[in-house]
Design a protein around this ligand. Structure first.
Ligand SMILES: [Zn+2]
Length: 462
């Protein structure tokens, strides 16, 4: 931390341009070498930390199959990364330290950076430890080999060595790769998104051929849409079963009443996607929606949607979402909806994964209550990690909902709920938001600050 601060305090001076240009480039290179060396050091420390955790967990009587759980998550918190990435970074570190000493040495001396070392680890992941070490030895003594080579060059060299060493692993790798098939969604600019499928090549080619063939048929019949548009529309139609694309599912749009009714420009939030512009959110609801929720005899046919308004109340200034509590052990639907709207994604710091569990921050069996304050949305992996011995959480008083996550090493990390649309990103001081008396409390819960909207498309009329 101190080293980082003192480095940041040094400002480049541009007094003597010719001299300084050369010096600055030299320093940029030298810093790059340092970054690689530091990454190597982080890898060594990560592996050492994992060993210590396993030893401690074994001493506590944790079954062999679960040893090491939570180690990646702690490294993630320390590195300000998501738990999933923390696990991958630990895997990378283990491969470098235990199986690829030459690659690690190249990282330490700055000949490879962390990303390029990652490529070598990835490309040799299918090999046995012995073969991997052999590939490492074959590639790395040639320290000059990768100087000037692009990332593809590195991948090609690693693949060639790996295939040569163990041709069978290529087929094994292919069969393993097919188990990794999945579909993912990530945001693109201008309220678009990438829906990506990782598929075995035969399946992918078949899907694409099916889509393009249908698009070509429509084009031949005079459809004015472009081929690209037709392929995309066909994908949506065939997957959802409706031309409009949304059937039998809910999407929840969180926006302020001002955005909905007064043409305000405060952006809205679409769970699973992120922030969307105010005008776009209004259009989505008003051009295809039916705000009364009454769709009988709607002329829009299969594009008609049920639009439900659900009011969310937030405290002015702080934007803390407020709602009712429950005596039940399981979170009832209303409270679950509340937590989903408040937390948006998993509450573990740096984790962006979708919410899968509604967690009692202080566990029920330790007297934790089923309340908004003691509830938090977590993803599956983080919920599992939280159950690991040594981990604990507790809600912390604050203007906006905040919780402390304490790890087995005693480090504490804070997670604050994201700002709702219409509230400042930065929190005011706690006492500004404090309610003075029960009478003031009502005013504190400003009316209909936020509207939680649910849309559901109608089934087409029979
Ligand atoms: Zn998570």
């Amino acid at each position: 931390m101190d080293a980082a601060r003192s480095l940041a305090a040094v400002r480049p001076s541009g007094n003597v341009p010719e001299l300084d240009g050369a010096r600055l480039i030299a320093e940029i290179r030298s810093l790059e070498d340092h970054k690689s060396a530091l990454a190597a050091r982080q890898a060594r420390l990560s592996v050492a930390f994992d060993l210590i955790q396993r030893r401690e967990q074994r001493d506590r009587g944790i079954p062999a199959g679960e040893l090491g759980s939570g180690a990646g998550a702690q490294i993630a918190l320390a590195r300000r990364e998501s738990p999933a990435r923390g696990g991958r970074l630990l895997g990378l570190a283990k491969a470098l330290v235990t199986e690829m000493p030459h690659t690690l040495a190249a990282l330490e001396t700055g000949q490879l950076n962390e990303w390029r070392a990652t490529l070598l680890v990835k490309e040799t992941a299918c090999l046995s430890a012995e073969d991997r070490a052999a590939v490492d030895a074959e590639l790395a003594p040639d320290t000059g080999t990768f100087d000037g080579a692009g990332d593809r060059g590195i991948i090609a060299a690693a693949r060639t060595a790996a295939y040569r060493r163990d041709p069978r692993s290529v087929t094994q790798r292919a069969s393993h790769a097919s188990t990794e098939r999945h579909v993912s969604l990530r945001p693109a600019p201008d309220t678009m998104c990438y829906l990506t499928a990782l598929l075995p090549v035969a399946a992918g080619v078949a899907v694409y051929a099916g889509l393009t063939r249908h698009a070509d048929t429509l084009r031949a019949a005079g459809d004015p849409r472009t081929r690209g548009q037709l392929v995309a529309d066909t994908l949506v139609e065939r997957t959802t079963g409706t031309a409009g694309g949304i059937s039998g599912i809910e999407i929840q749009l969180v926006m302020t009443d001002r955005t909905l009714f007064q043409a305000d420009s405060e952006p809205a939030r679409l769970p699973g996607y992120g922030i969307v512009p105010a005008g776009w959110a209004r259009d989505l609801l008003t051009t295809t929606g039916d705000t009364t929720g009454n769709t009988a005899g709607d002329a829009a046919g299969d594009r008609a949607m049920n639009v439900w308004l659900r009011r969310l109340y937030t405290a002015p200034g702080t934007g803390e979402l407020t709602a009712v509590d429950s005596r039940a052990r399981l979170f009832p639907a209303g409270l679950r909806r509340f937590l989903t709207a408040r937390d948006d994604t998993c509450r573990t710091p740096y984790c962006d994964a979708p919410i899968r569990h509604f967690d009692h921050i202080i566990p029920w069996h330790r007297g934790g209550t089923t309340t908004q304050d003691n509830g938090a949305g977590l993803c599956e992996a983080c919920n599992h990690t939280k159950e690991t011995p040594g981990w604990s959480s507790r809600p912390r008083p604050g203007p906006r909902h905040t919780l402390d996550v304490t790890t087995p090493t005693g480090h504490t990390y804070q997670a604050t709920a994201p700002p709702l649309p219409g509230t400042p990103a930065r929190q005011p001081e706690p006492d500004l938001a404090a309610a003075k008396s029960p009478d003031h409390r009502r005013q504190r819960h400003r009316r209909a600050n936020d509207l939680h909207r649910t849309r559901r498309q109608n089934q087409p009329a029979a």
